[in-house]
Design a protein around this ligand. Structure first.
Ligand SMILES: [Fe+2]
Length: 451
């Protein structure tokens, strides 16, 4: 909280607000980048093709103009020599039949127009030679020679309109498939970007889950590319974190077990008590179908159920005689003290709750909260029953141990008031099967081996 306040005071960016700010996703960035690239390449290629088409068509038109001019020159040679205007007209009209011919004319050796498709220009003298036409016309002029002597010239002008119309037809014809291809390409890029980015998104989800404390997350390694290697490294990292967590848990469990042992050490009469309570509680839990995770918490709570006695006066714990009311009240604080010791540790979140309520009675007359029936956590009800049986069958400074039979009778008397009746039934089953006695023997052997 302090850090956040400092950030606000200094005007720093609030990490939570910046994380909420929307930004373009990687999928969109990749898809847009490649789409722009595709469109640029498509436009460039299309422009190159149009340019090539224009050059090709222009050259073809020039060849045709050449051909027509040469043809006109050949046909006009004799009429030029004979100055036969009738034949001039026939030849020019014939060539003007061609759809793309704009004009055609004949010159004599003095550069006078002897015949022109435009009658107004007949008789003009082109002193400066044949002028160059505009861009809309492709003009070709061919000399008419007789035995090497120029006697005239034939000129043909082709309109460039047909080239433009051919270009327009080509562009329109190519535009539709080009657009369809580009749209399909862009859609394909988005689809493929989605496939590749989805793997990164999967990693992002896994990292978030890991950050939230899920150490069992694993991502699929579908390939050996960069993302695949990242996924593999992520899994390795999770594995290492799991190992480290297991080690920390082991160390912590050993430390807390050592603490629990110090409680037992304060009272020599309770030696092996926690171990027996844990083993019998697990046996009951298995019979009632408790899942593996809850069973682990139950076993831990059973081992640590009296850890709170660390906070109770040593004189009270080791007192050789029954406790007076004041001492008894102090002793009744141990479940809450135990829960306080364990609750700051997230790993023992549920364990601390089970420890807190391990002295609750089924009819609500227990402590510290006076919980009743099924409201009492099941592990707490199990521990309470087993704890009571073990206490009764253990020798206390102020009384002898009850026999298992006598303790069983007391348990039956507490059925429905102090103890959960269903758990009592399971406990009696285990007892009749000799499971309780077997556990006692096992703990006894273990304690003997240690001492
Ligand atoms: Fe206790």
């Amino acid at each position: 909280m302090g850090d956040r306040s400092e950030l606000n005071v200094t005007g720093g960016t609030d990490p939570s607000s910046s994380s909420k700010r929307r930004s373009i996703s990687l999928r969109w960035k990749v898809a847009l980048s490649f789409s722009i690239l595709l469109i640029l390449v498509t436009v460039t290629v299309a422009m190159a093709l149009v340019r090539y088409e224009w050059i090709f068509l222009s050259k073809e038109a020039e060849k045709r103009a050449d051909l027509l001019a040469v043809n006109l020159a050949v046909n006009a040679r004799d009429p030029i020599l004979a100055q036969d205007e009738m034949r001039f007209g026939t030849i020019i009209e014939s060539i003007m039949m061609e759809e793309d011919v704009k004009y055609a004319f004949l010159l004599d050796n003095r550069m006078e127009v002897v015949y022109h498709s435009d009658a107004n220009k007949i008789g003009e003298v082109l002193a400066g030679g044949v002028s160059k036409p505009g861009k809309s016309v492709i003009q070709k002029a061919v000399d008419i020679k007789v035995e090497g002597v120029m006697v005239g010239a034939a000129v043909v002008g082709l309109g460039a309109d047909h080239i433009r119309s051919a270009m327009v037809t080509t562009i329109i014809g190519a535009l539709v498939p080009l657009l369809v291809g580009t749209v399909l390409g862009v859609l394909g890029i988005f689809f493929l970007a989605g496939i590749h980015v989805k793997r990164i998104e999967g990693l992002d989800v896994a990292v978030q889950a890991l950050g939230a404390g899920n150490l069992f997350i694993e991502v699929d390694v579908k390939s050996r590319d960069e993302v695949g290697r990242l996924a593999a490294h992520f899994n390795e990292m999770v594995g290492m974190l799991n190992k480290a967590r297991q080690q920390v848990l082991k160390n912590f469990t050993e430390t807390v077990s050592a603490l629990a042992a110090t409680v037992e050490a304060k009272d020599a009469y309770t030696r092996g008590h926690c171990e027996r309570v844990a083993m019998i509680s697990k046996a009951i839990a298995q019979r009632v179908g408790m899942n593996e995770s809850a069973m682990k918490d139950l076993a831990m709570a059973a081992i640590l159920h009296d850890i709170g006695k660390i906070g109770v006066e040593g004189d009270i714990i080791s007192k050789l005689g029954p406790l007076d009311d004041l001492e008894s009240d102090d002793m009744k604080h141990h479940p809450v003290i135990g829960a306080r010791i364990l609750s700051p540790l997230s790993t023992f979140g549920r364990v601390s709750l089970y420890v807190k309520h391990h002295h609750e009675h089924y009819d609500g007359t227990g402590y510290p909260s006076g919980l009743r029936g099924e409201v009492i956590p099941l592990p707490s009800r199990i521990i309470h029953l087993v704890d009571a049986y073990d206490a009764m069958t253990s020798t206390r400074p102020y009384r002898h141990a009850l026999s298992p039979g006598e303790a069983i009778e007391r348990i039956k008397e507490g059925e429905g008031c102090q103890f959960d009746p269903e758990l009592v039934e399971v406990f009696l089953e285990l007892e009749s099967e000799g499971e309780i006695a077997r556990i006692y023997d096992e703990v006894e052997r273990s304690e003997s081996a240690l001492s």
